[in-house]
Design a protein around this ligand. Structure first.
Ligand SMILES: [Zn+2]
Ligand SMILES: [Zn+2]
Length: 125
């Protein structure tokens, strides 16, 4: 899968520096957070990918967003993801998973609960 950079629109330029899988939550059968960097314009951001199979049986919806956050918050997220011993294990019980798997009052994931989000872009493939 390749995606356009949300800032400079360069194709296939986003490099994933690290990512983590989180346990299923409200409207999210699969949810992952990744720190990405554009090889073309050097934009750094956080992507969230949520896959939901709720609703009709044969439809699957994927929400993929890129969020701009402050450098210090990006570093914090990077450190948290890097601090997990098993980032591809959504059932991991480490401190990073505990801090990253924050949900709102509906039980849904929201990156803004972890770090302040400055801007959000919808990702297009
Ligand atoms: Zn770019
Ligand atoms: Zn973990």
């Amino acid at each position: 899968m390749s995606y356009l950079c949300p800032v400079c629109k360069a194709d296939d330029s986003l490099k994933c520096n690290c990512s983590i899988e989180l346990p299923p939550a409200f409207f999210a059968d699969e949810y992952s957070i990744a720190v990405v960097e554009c090889l073309s314009c050097r934009f750094q951001g956080v992507t969230t990918c949520r896959e939901s199979r709720w609703g009709s049986l044969d439809s699957e919806s994927v929400s993929y967003f890129c969020h701009k956050v402050a450098d210090t918050d990006l570093e914090r997220l990077f450190g948290l993801i890097r601090g997990c011993p098993e980032p591809s294990n959504r059932r991991c019980q480490c401190r990073s998973h505990e801090l990253l798997a924050k949900t709102d009052s509906m039980g849904a994931y929201d990156l803004a609960l972890i770090v302040p989000v400055q801007q959000t872009f919808e990702m297009k493939s």
